[in-house]
Design a protein around this ligand. Structure first.
Ligand SMILES: Cc1cc2nc3c(=O)[nH]c(=O)nc-3n(C[C@H](O)[C@H](O)[C@H](O)COP(=O)(O)OP(=O)(O)OC[C@H]3O[C@@H](n4cnc5c(N)ncnc54)[C@H](O)[C@@H]3O)c2cc1C
Length: 506
């Protein structure tokens, strides 16, 4: 049985675990991260995919959270411009739901809370005979426009992990944290790989970033069982339908339960509609959308849209679970989305448990986690992640994309763009030497080629077909059932061949 020693062990390969692993390893700490399934396989690939201040949170007086999120929006637009892109929102005005003065005041505050940013200020917009009004019911005449940003959530996790790995972090996927106890001034951690092998690790500090499974992981950590009571699990679901409007902007629709529903442009051909807020007891209950959520989302969209959506229009759904800090609120929509870090410094061997948070604030959460652990870990370097671009982010811009499209003029411009949105400035390395699509290897359908898949296997820890189809890309949505099946067959055969080669060379 192998044993290894680290400064910091992190449970969970979602955005929070990945962000902490990146920050800590970049400060010179020896880091290990354990993920039971695929990286980003939990909530961090099931979000609404917004890097946003959260206009709605103003109604709950969450000014600190909104201000920090808006500042982070600017930081992330800079660090990963290929993954985080500005998105314009249209907010139709319905007098009976919120008066115009309230909307104006909220947007005025939203424009200012984060300080001067790069995105345009909010404005009023006519919905009468304008492109913004065209997809909506004719009764809606007035609205507002404001800006936030869109993110490929799963790829943001991978970008953080690639950076962490570059700084020397050990990343173990398919490896489940089982138990930890304090022993001889460090944590003794037991983890189990999917193949049944057990690993024993030692670390000076432990972070529980298991997201919706934070309570379950806490049960395995000696002395931390009472942490379980602090999490409130709130399921949120989305539906995907054929594109309901052509513009590259989104709608924020008010509902009469005072919640809001987004209609977002998604993967060119589709619209993403979400989300719901359903209190659940266990993470497993959050795996799938239920009939009531489908009805809720369709009704919210149909209240505003000129095209009537039906259940048969739904092409895909996904659900995720928010691991919120239980602030005692009975209404899951009102429970704080802010993060809470709970430190247990028992026996001078620290455990930090992470609750709540948003994709948007993961980087600040990581800084806060490192600040709490500083007395024990004494990292060589201070805060640094606000300035160093994520992999693919350095030099990425719309201009760099058009230069690349010219450079690879033998490839479809749409393919180069799609690759660029995934790999940013690393796309040129991925495409090196390609003159036509024939140079990219086997074509699986849509924009998925063998060369990129091999990159996912070699550099992004893809081990299962779904890792590629639903997280490294969203090709699953674009391939036919037969194409998906063919891809799965190819992938499994490929993995088998690689394992045999590894065994032979060992
Ligand atoms: C419907 C919905 C919409 C959202 N929309 C947005 C949005 O638009 N913008 C935004 O900023 N935020 C949004 N959020 C919030 C955001 O998605 C979450 O706060 C964030 O993804 C949580 O990340 P995490 O790393 O804490 O959890 P996760 O991503 O769930 O990661 C935890 C990981 O820990 C692993 N794990 C668990 N137990 C173990 C174990 N024993 N051993 C090893 N690994 C383990 C899991 O497999 C999982 O991968 C949304 C959330 C939901 C549910």
């Amino acid at each position: 049985m192998s044993e290894a020693h680290y400064d910091l062990a992190v449970i969970g390969g979602g955005i929070n675990g990945a962000g902490i692993a990146r920050d800590a390893s970049g400060r010179g700490l020896r880091v290990v991260l354990l993920e039971q399934n695929d990286f980003a396989g939990g909530t961090s690939s099931a979000s609404t995919k917004l890097i946003h201040g959260g206009l709605r949170y103003l109604e709950h007086y969450e000014f600190r959270l909104v201000a920090e999120s808006l500042r982070e929006r600017e930081v992330l637009l800079r660090l990963a411009p290929h993954l985080v892109t500005p998105l314009r929102f249209v907010l139709p005005h319905v007098k009976s739901l919120r008066p115009a003065w309230m909307m104006c005041m909220g947007l005025w505050l939203y424009d200012r809370l984060g300080g001067r940013g790069s995105l345009p200020a909010s404005t009023a917009v006519s919905l009468d005979g304008t492109p913004e009004g065209a997809p909506l019911r004719p009764l809606l005449r007035k609205g507002f426009v404001y800006w936030d940003a869109w993110v490929d959530d799963a790829r943001l996790v991978i970008a953080n992990l690639r950076s962490a790995a570059g700084y020397g972090a050990t990343l173990m996927r398919s490896t489940r944290f089982v138990a930890a106890r304090r022993e001889a001034g460090v944590w003794r951690i037991e983890a189990r790989h999917r193949d049944g092998s057990v690993r024993i690790l030692r670390a000076r500090a432990l972070v529980n970033a298991a997201g919706p499974w934070v309570a379950e992981a806490a049960h395995g950590i000696e002395g931390s069982q009472d942490m379980a009571a602090r999490v409130q699990l709130v399921k949120g679901s989305h539906i995907v339908v054929p594109r309901v409007h052509p513009g590259r902007y989104a709608y924020l629709l008010q509902n009469d339960d005072r919640r809001i529903v987004f209609v977002l442009p998604y993967e060119e051909r589709y619209s993403l509609i979400g989300t719901t807020d359903v209190l659940i007891e266990t993470p497993e209950q959050g795996a799938h959308i239920d009939a009531a959520e489908v009805r809720y989302l369709l009704a919210a969209a149909n209240r505003y849209l000129a095209t009537h959506l039906r259940e048969r229009n739904i092409v895909w759904t996904y659900s995720g679970v928010r691991p919120l800090y239980d602030d005692g609120s009975a209404n899951p929509s009102a429970t704080t989305r802010d993060y809470h870090l709970v430190l247990d410094a028992g026996e001078d061997v620290p455990l930090l448990s992470i609750y709540g948070g948003k994709i948007t604030t993961y980087r600040k959460l990581a800084e806060a986690a490192l600040a709490q652990l500083r007395p024990w870990l004494e990292p060589a370097r201070g805060e640094w992640t606000a300035h160093e671009p994520l992999p693919g982010g350095a030099g990425a811009s719309e201009r760099a994309l058009s230069t690349l499209q010219k450079q690879y003029e033998g490839l479809p411009a749409s393919l180069v763009e799609r690759l660029y949105r995934r790999h940013g400035s690393e796309t040129s390395a991925l495409l090196a030497g390609a003159v036509t699509v024939d140079d990219l290897g086997h074509h699986f359908g849509a924009d998925l080629y063998e060369r990129e898949v091999r990159h996912f296997i070699a550099h992004e820890w893809a081990e299962e077909p779904d890792d590629v189809l639903w997280r490294r890309t969203k090709a699953g949505l674009h391939l036919s059932a037969a194409e998906r099946q063919e891809f799965e067959g190819w992938f499994v055969a490929q993995q088998g061949r690689m394992q045999r080669e590894t065994r032979c060379s060992a």
